[in-house]
Ligand binder design. Structure first.
Ligand SMILES: C[S@@+](CC[C@H](N)C(=O)[O-])C[C@H]1O[C@@H](n2cnc3c(N)ncnc32)[C@H](O)[C@@H]1O
Length: 253
């Protein structure tokens, strides 16, 4: 099982620290996009967390099931109105099997990068394919690796520099690894937190999808369907499970 970086200490501050991501201006386009794709079917959220997207999507009438490694994050979801309508399985979304099939699976807010090996990311696509109905869609929202902002020979890029808070990404381009280091001063003490990620290119994700029997259907730079270009800093991609491969690919369910 991968290491859980969303324990109690992170979970209790998650909604507050990501407050701008809970704004209707951010959430509504995501929910519109996903509700359209789900249609009358059910949706599977990988890394459901505290329900930022799953709760409003459920309110739109979509049945949602979630997978998450962190019992602490899911406990926060359980405290919220409407959570009783959402089933959650605790486990690694690269390998966890859940009951039923889905018209939609989605993995938002850069969370594919939480799988720190190519093998894990490939397994995630295989696992999704095993849960999707033929013609079902997998949606990923993830940043474009920020390598163009890394001067030649440098490995560290500043994320935040303020009198009370510092954050840096440390890149290892040989392994596509990046460790985010965070330091903050509070009550005269220094808080420290580092988390590893694996950055991944759109073309590599397309290949992972093909290995799992899915094909690219749409790629946008955001949830409002702005065009994806060489200047885009992130993308929202949709792969569709190939009808002819249905039932022949992916791990046993
Ligand atoms: C950045 S949060 C996103 C939560 C939610 N999707 C949102 O948009 O607010 C990432 C979530 O993914 C979960 N997670 C990370 N790696 C995971 C894995 N391998 N399997 C299952 N859950 C994972 C974390 O526990 C956390 O709840």
């Amino acid at each position: 099982m991968p290491e859980n970086y969303f324990g109690e200490r992170v979970a209790e501050r998650y909604d507050e620290s990501a407050a701008e991501m809970f704004e209707p201006a951010v959430v509504d386009p995501v929910v519109d996009f996903l509700a359209d794709l789900a249609g009358q079917g059910a949706a599977l959220e990988l890394g459901i967390g505290t329900g930022r997207i799953a709760l409003p999507l459920t309110q739109r009438g979509v049945r949602v099931h979630g997978i998450d490694l962190s019992a602490a994050m899911v406990e926060r979801l359980r405290e919220k109105p409407g959570a009783a309508d959402i089933g959650v399985t605790i486990g690694d979304f690269a390998t966890t099997n859940v009951e039923g099939t889905f018209s939609l699976a989605y993995l938002v807010f850069n969370t594919i990068n939480n799988l720190t090996t190519q093998e894990g990311q490939v397994a995630c696509f295989q696992n999704v394919a095993a849960h999707l109905e033929p013609g079902g869609c997998f949606v990923i929202e993830v940043e474009i690796p920020a390598l163009q902002r890394l001067p030649p020979g440098e490995t560290v890029r500043a994320l935040t520099v303020s009198p009370t808070r510092l954050g840096f990404d440390e890149f290892d381009v040989a392994t596509q690894g990046v460790v985010s280091h965070h330091y903050w001063a509070a009550d005269g003490k220094l808080g420290v937190f580092s988390q590893p990620f694996r950055y991944v290119w759109p073309s590599e994700l397309d290949l992972m999808a093909r290995l799992a029997g899915m094909s690219l259907r749409e790629r946008w730079s955001d949830w409002n369907r702005e065009p994806f270009t060489s200047d885009s800093r992130s993308h929202v991609s949709v792969w569709e499970k190939d009808a002819e491969r249905a039932g022949t690919e992916g791990p046993e369910k």
